[in-house]
Design a protein around this ligand. Sequence first.
Ligand code: NG6
Ligand code: CA
Length: 505
Amino acid sequence: MRSTFYAIFAVVLLFHMGCSPKGPNRKDTEMDKPNIIFIYLDDLGYGDLGAYGATGIPTPHMDALSNGGVRFTQGYATSATCTPSRYGLLTGVYPWRNRDAKILPGTAPMLIGTNQMTIPRMLKAEGYHTAVVGKWHLGLGDGKVDWNQHISPNPNDVGFDYSYIMAATQDRVPTVYIKDGKVDKLDPQDPIRVSYEANFPGEPTGLEQPELTTMKWHHGHNNSIVNGVPRIGFMKGGESAKWKDIEMADHFLAEAKAYVRAHQHEPFFLYYAMQQPHVPRIPHPRFIGTTDLGPRGDVIVEADWCVGELVKTLEKEGLLENTLIVFSSDNGPVLNDGYYDEAVERLGDHQPTGGLRGGKYSMFEAGTKVPFITYWKGRIQPKTSDALVCQVDLFASLAKLVGSKSTVQDSQDLLNVFMGKSDQGRNTLVLEANTKTILRKDDWILIPPYQGAAVESKVNIELGNNTNYQLYNIKEDIGQQLNLAVKNPEKLQEMIETFEGIRGK
Ligand code: NG6
Ligand code: CA
């Protein structure tokens, strides 16, 4: 009796002191400032995980987020390629407003303005600690980077308190990790040099010495060879700093877990930007053969395992009920993206696009419609939502969640939709692929006339170029097979006007 009394007394006292008995280090009021984690995959397609219909790739951990959260069927990246999508995600501004928002080389300058509002900057002002771990690909420095010095600007100059990144992509030099603006584990006696113009004399390349490669290039990807893999761009030196591709997943995961553990006593934002299943697809050996699909399937299983490990860490630290997880991908899927890795040959009946038309780089649906899940244990009730949502909306929605007054140009507050309390998403959305823009409005898609190849033959993806207007009703025709532009001139006119109203003529 006596001990029960004391226990109740202690709990009441804790509440009065503003402490939750569950998490003694986080005040109750901070439930309004949950930790926020973006798990962002690279080139993961709409149909690549079980929760979105895949049967050939086991993704139990991603599926668990989906089954316990809101699974969006109409969730979009802003763009069909990486750099613009990441720009839209972090700034809440459509990437087509920034003409430099294109796939960047590893030496490109920082794309986000150092005075520009970003999600981490907004959250920082609300008391969050903020970090990015993984793929950056938004440019670094001023275009004249000396990779042996502190690089500025870096992610820490656009709102992140901590950054542990690769500069661009796994297939681009420099193939090193960069921690808070400095190349990690660099030996000053062996300086790094990087160029996207010319090779450094005497350095082997995939083009000239293919016998030194263990992964064969199909198109592009024939410059410097690192770990047997020919890359885009030239690099010399920096041996001790070079990453090991097979360890990359474990390496970023360890960083992400350490960050969560270290910052659990304050609200934190972690942008966990994973590298899978972008090329070169190199799983840790323990994942080889976990699917019948070859490396592309195996790295998705590896990514799924990482997601599971991160969630387990949150659970173990008692943080799962106080953490909002947003899961998505930067653009749609591609099979052969420049290396021979059996992605095409071993596909079987797996459909990375989930039956959508196009793929990465494409104006068709598979370019930008991606898996999109919000998960918050105890706060978000499981459901499937057909609401139209875009990654560009996370800024305004999270600002609403944490009580920030900051606004940015294109982001809409869809917090209730992301929390599963409403199905009232956007009405219109302008999407981008290789600087070309299209309109989604309600169930309709307008692709204006564009010059260019119908199919990008190297990757075997339909790009959506056509010299005529294309109009699709994707509710009735999810695969975009029926162009209704001629049949439905009123709708076409309405769409053109809306598009020009947003985009400008
Ligand atoms: C392309 C690369 C492709 C990939 C892509 C960027 C060639 C021929 N192709 O230019 O392999 O790296 O850029 O992908 O070099 S993204 O997901 O980062 O946008
Ligand atoms: Ca990508």
